[in-house]
Design a protein around this ligand. Structure first.
Ligand SMILES: *Cc1c(COP(=O)(O)O)cnc(C)c1O
Length: 431
């Protein structure tokens, strides 16, 4: 297995950066998410540089839903990132992190009246997902005396090779406005008094390991751009969304690099806009590719059992990492203190949740394990903590950041008291 460069093995122990994972597990307890700041920075710079090598006017909007920790948002903000936000909560986080409103795009197919109002008040651009939403936004902006800049989310009707639950640009998807209505949507926006259509937005899905669908997406967007430019829309930005995947199975999978992605997509973009005589900013919304491989989840073995096969029961389950249960995703697993030992056994790694589907990793070759051993679940920086729940009344675990020789808590673990405190006694139950 070739490990990502920030994970190394010294004297049989797995290290993240300069830190022995067994020591981190001891210091912070388990389960715990551990993120490498240096790797976050490298990932951002690599992605940004790859695109800017082709076209200088590129803005990265980090997809905050992949990992919404404020420390992570602040690091990206300091590197010049904007953010793709999908709720008022994420909008709030992005502003708290110091991302300026003009670098944000408020996305979503089902925004509330309050979401729209907050976005207008904060001066954030909005990606509209329906004619109905356009009408509502025009009214809200009018009431607030503002002109709002918007994009429409285009449904490009593209099939992508990924898990069906994370393909978002299919003709049948709930997202976006179909190609045969998109020009009418821009026309309707031009007729609105308080809305200015200046952008075009699209996102075809997640964990895509082939660059071809992104090229097809770009071709669809340029075609629409041609039609609406003729109609009088002055495009300030074209936002191609995120979706570039990462290798999770380090033995079998290869992911295109951001450079390969940029080298495929950017020439098409540049040729297209030159032909149209327009010079929009290019917006890109990577999530997983920036954070996925920066983080490991450390979990301790509670017990080992042999029934029809060997199970290793650990203290993290789909409450903390739902991807395997939800998408059948693969995450590599390393026995932190036995990283050099021969993998003589085959285990299925199961969590503590009262569900048959609570499996983190199935049929994996690992060294012989015993109660107390710590396992690292790799590549858990994207859609890990951000999709965690309190199922089975399990408080969510802490998140730790490392940087060079330092380490610290960037989110404390919850307690059962935190959970209990949100519950109220009903008036008719009071004596
Ligand atoms: C989820 C999402 C992204 C990020 O997707 P990744 O696969 O994590 O890069 C970008 N844009 C939108 C609109 C999204 O919903």
């Amino acid at each position: 297995m070739t490990l990502p460069e920030h994970l190394t093995i010294h004297e049989g122990h797995l290290y993240i950066g300069m830190h022995d994972c067994n020591d981190l597990a001891k210091e912070y307890g388990t389960p715990v998410y551990v993120t490498d700041e240096e790797k976050l920075r490298q990932n951002f710079i690599r992605y940004n540089d790859a695109l800017k090598a082709h076209y200088s006017d590129v803005q990265l909007l980090y997809a905050a839903k992949a990992n919404g920790n404020l420390s992570i948002l602040k690091i990206f903000a300091s590197l010049g990132a904007g953010a793709d936000v999908f709720s008022s909560g994420e909008l709030h986080l992005a502003l708290l992190a110091g991302i300026p409103p003009e670098k944000l795009l408020f996305n979503g197919s089902s925004k509330t009246h309050d979401d729209l109002r907050v976005a207008v008040e904060k001066g954030v651009r909005i990606s509209l997902d329906s004619f109905d939403e356009l009408k509502q936004l025009d009214k809200i902006a009018g009431e607030l005396g503002r002109i709002v800049e918007v994009s429409f989310r285009v449904n490009p009707a593209i099939d992508v090779p990924t898990h069906p639950k994370i393909a978002t640009g299919l003709a049948t998807s709930k997202f976006g406005i179909p190609a045969d209505q998109i020009v009418d949507a821009y026309r309707a926006a031009l007729e609105c008094e308080n809305v200015d259509p200046v952008g075009m937005h699209c996102h075809i899905g997640s964990q895509i390991l082939d660059v071809t669908p992104f090229v097809k997406e770009m071709e669809v967007l340029l075609k629409v751009a041609g039609e609406i430019t003729k109609m009088g829309v002055h495009l300030k930005f074209i936002d191609i969304g995120g979706g570039l995947g990462i290798a999770y199975d380090h033995e079998k999978e290869v992911a295109p690099t951001p450079k390969e992605y940029a080298d495929a997509v950017m020439p098409v973009f540049i040729a297209g806009i030159q032909k149209l005589g327009i010079k929009p900013q290019l917006w890109v919304e990577p999530g997983r590719n920036l954070v996925g491989d920066t983080t490991i989840l450390l979990t301790r073995v509670n017990s080992v059992k042999t029934s029809h096969k060997k199970f290793v029961n650990v203290d993290a389950g789909f409450n903390l990492l739902i991807r395997p249960a939800m998408y059948g995703s693969h995450h590599d697993v390393i026995a932190v203190g036995k990283a050099d030992e021969e993998k003589t056994e085959e285990y299925t790694v199961t969590g503590p949740i009262c569900e048959t589907g609570d499996i983190l990793a199935e049929n994996r070759k690992l060294p012989e394990l015993e109660s107390g051993d710590v396992l690292a679940i790799l590549d858990t920086g994207a859609y890990g903590y951000s999709m965690a729940s309190q199922y089975n009344c399990r408080p969510r675990c802490p998140e730790v950041m490392i940087f060079e020789d330092r380490h610290g808590i960037m989110r404390r673990g919850e307690s059962v008291v935190d959970i209990v405190n949100t519950m109220k006694r009903l008036p008719w139950h009071e004596k």
